[in-house]
Write a protein that binds this ligand. Structure first.
Ligand SMILES: Nc1ncnc2c1ncn2[C@@H]1O[C@H](COP(=O)(O)OP(=O)(O)OP(=O)(O)O)[C@@H](O)[C@H]1O
Length: 266
């Protein structure tokens, strides 16, 4: 069972404050958490901080241990991070890349067991046909799937996935969300995913953290989190929340609510 507790977390680059006073109580074990908010609000910075790759003030504890004080090897074992940028297009074949990701953090696994785990991960993601293809001969979406396989094969307690569906078509987006959710539930771990597609997030995530203006605008179950006011506060758009026949909320955007000329700056 994985516990993440964030208390008064702040992230800055030099004098530029990005996120301040972020406090989030423990998420339910097994939860898939969507991290939403406008461009430049700090979603990637937040995930990088939780991965131990950005400095932060305040506290972010994973299973009682302060993340920025963990030894590198401990972090690599317990925290799986998929950056926004796609994996390097090297001449390595996908299978080698995934197997070496596993062996880097699981020296406890015998070679055969690591191989079996890598193969099962390819199967689970539906990318077995890519296993012996070189990364530099793959499309962006294919490389994104291999990057995700490299995270999954480490079996981390927490997966931090920065826009993992950005290069994927609809079918693969659904596959990724299904697989990540299933793994988080089975392992009673946590998965935090930065996403721009609000409706994809509302449909698949258990919980949503919505950032806006350097703070948490809302942190709630996907069913309740979105309101017209929050849409306006976060994205400066006017929109409605409708519910499909299954009761899942979805957002319909009508128009920009803010004057033109805004920058992508926070
Ligand atoms: N290495 C850095 N040095 C200085 N400023 C940075 C750095 N990385 C990000 N920033 C700034 O921090 C703010 C948050 O950036 P971040 O990438 O975390 O936002 P984001 O919500 O992930 O954006 P997007 O949705 O566009 O990917 C932005 O204003 C960005 O310019």
């Amino acid at each position: 069972m994985t516990e993440l507790i964030i208390d008064d977390l702040s992230i800055a680059y030099g004098n530029k404050q990005v996120l301040t006073h972020i406090s989030l109580p423990a998420f339910a074990p097994g939860a898939l958490i969507g991290v939403l908010g406008p461009n430049g609000v700090g979603k990637s910075s937040f995930l990088r901080a939780l991965a131990g790759l950005n400095k932060y003030g305040g506290s972010a504890k994973l299973n009682g241990a302060e993340i920025n004080r963990m030894a590198h090897q401990t972090r690599a074992r317990h925290i799986g991070y998929l950056p926004q940028s796609l994996p390097q297009g090297t001449s390595l074949v996908a299978y080698e890349a995934v197997l070496s990701a596993c062996r880097a953090v699981r020296p406890d696994l015998a070679h055969n067991a690591a191989q079996a785990f890598a193969e099962a991960t390819f199967e689970q993601l539906g990318i077995t046909s890519l296993a012996f293809q070189a990364l530099n001969q793959m499309s962006g979406g294919q490389r994104q799937m291999v990057g995700l396989a490299q995270v999954i094969v480490r079996a981390p307690d927490i997966m931090l996935l920065d826009e993992p569906t950005s290069a994927l078509d609809l079918r693969w987006q659904l596959r990724v969300l299904d697989v990540v959710r299933r793994i988080a539930r089975q392992q009673r771990g946590l998965a935090l995913m930065a996403l721009h597609d609000i409706n994809l997030a509302l449909r698949h995530c258990d919980h949503i953290v919505l950032f806006g203006n350097g703070a948490v605008l809302a942190s709630d179950c996907a069913q309740n989190v979105m309101t017209p006011q929050r849409l306006r506060d976060a994205y400066q758009v006017d929109g409605r929340i409708e519910y499909c026949s299954r009761g899942t909320p979805f957002v319909i955007v009508d128009r920009l609510s803010s004057p033109p000329g805004q920058t992508l700056e926070n």
